[in-house]
Design a protein. Sequence first.
Length: 422
Amino acid sequence: MSMGYVFVKQSRPLIGEVSLSGAKNAALVIMASLLLTRGKSILRNIPALTDVYEMILILKSAGAIVEYDAQENILNVDTTHIDPQNLNQEAIRKFRASILILGPILAQYKEAKIAMPGGCAIGARPVDYHIKNFQKLGAEVWQDQDCLYAKAPKMNAQRLVLDYPSVGATENLLMALTLVDGESWIVNAALEPEVLDLITVLQKMGACIEVCPPAMIKITGVSKLNPVDHSIISDRLEAGSLLIASSITKGDIFIPNANAYEMELFLMKLEEMGHTITVGKNGEGVRLKATKTPRAVSFKTGPYPGFPTDLQALMMAAQTIAQGNCNIVETVFENRFMHIPEMNKMGAKISATGHYAQLEGVQGLVGTDVIATDLRAACALVLLGLAADGETRVQNGVHHWKRGYETLDEKLRSLGAFVELR
Ligand code: EPZ
């Protein structure tokens, strides 16, 4: 089945100003968190993405009344009558973040049956940290070949220690713990901006949550959480994509609603390439005026505030036509280098073994047909197409693009790019 392709032509330097959409990785978990409340909530700045529509289907199948205005990006959700017995398992199976309904349903309705999404291109994406820690809270959790089952008539406050600062495990357990009597802790927690936005929403609902150094979250359970009106944070990953577009086309792009404090290591690396980064007051607003002679820089991904794995492919793209050599290490996912052969088809010089990639900057690239393997790789290949001679077709690109980017193609065109979803 053709999932469409993104058609890109070599473009002049991208110049101008664009604003960000809401963050996909905040929207999905915050939508799931509404299952902790009974009543009418409003979420604003919700981006019109494939996974958002899938999460709407899941909420509706749980009995919520959902209205979404994709123009205004406003989502109205009434969770007065929820019955999680007939969840839309087809929709759950379609994307990884659907696992995030487990915590809210278990805490509020005491039992859950969730279709297990398969692995995906970037890795097996197991959920063992989620399962192990729900069991520590007293839940009975088991699975068959395609579903996960959980029963928790009562969960007990615990001090949970995560093997790894997993974003999803932190979010799932945090949501459940808001309604578990007593004082619980999550140690070695993920504290990405999207996790902090979820914490803000839960606190607005009436949850008692405290973030404590070095990476711990203290939750004191309450008996009830109330509906909420919340506008989610802007998407730092879309910001990264736009700044790389400026770097790769030697352009000059300003993003007024980017939060520089959410991407400090990423911005530092762009400055080390020789680009001029200007940041507004309190980190509000970021401009990248690209250098004509970018230097290649090495980097290594890691949990926040480390270099985000979701910007690894994009930053790699910027290095392909920079001067010199660099090393790139992907420490978060076990298989997130599948964009390398595709970039090499365009003339990049990248080799990889395991988690390590070595890159030698080249003078220029040539457009051709390439294949997108995940949504961030799709974006990286599109941006390479903007710099490459001739035309590039990113196969499977539209399918992945619509999962992660609400109107990024429109934004790129407004800056002078030739890019079309076909
Ligand atoms: C979230 O995925 C994001 N997705 C990902 O963004 C992001 O790449 C990732 O966090 C890391 O920042 C959403 O928020 C919807 P993890 P998540 O649990 O929660 C392993 C994108 O492009 N692990 O932090 O699934 C896991 O395999 C997506 O927008 C276990 O081993 O990521 C990975 O190697 C891609 N067992 C590492 O931990 C578990 O139980 C980090 O995963 C859970 C995770």
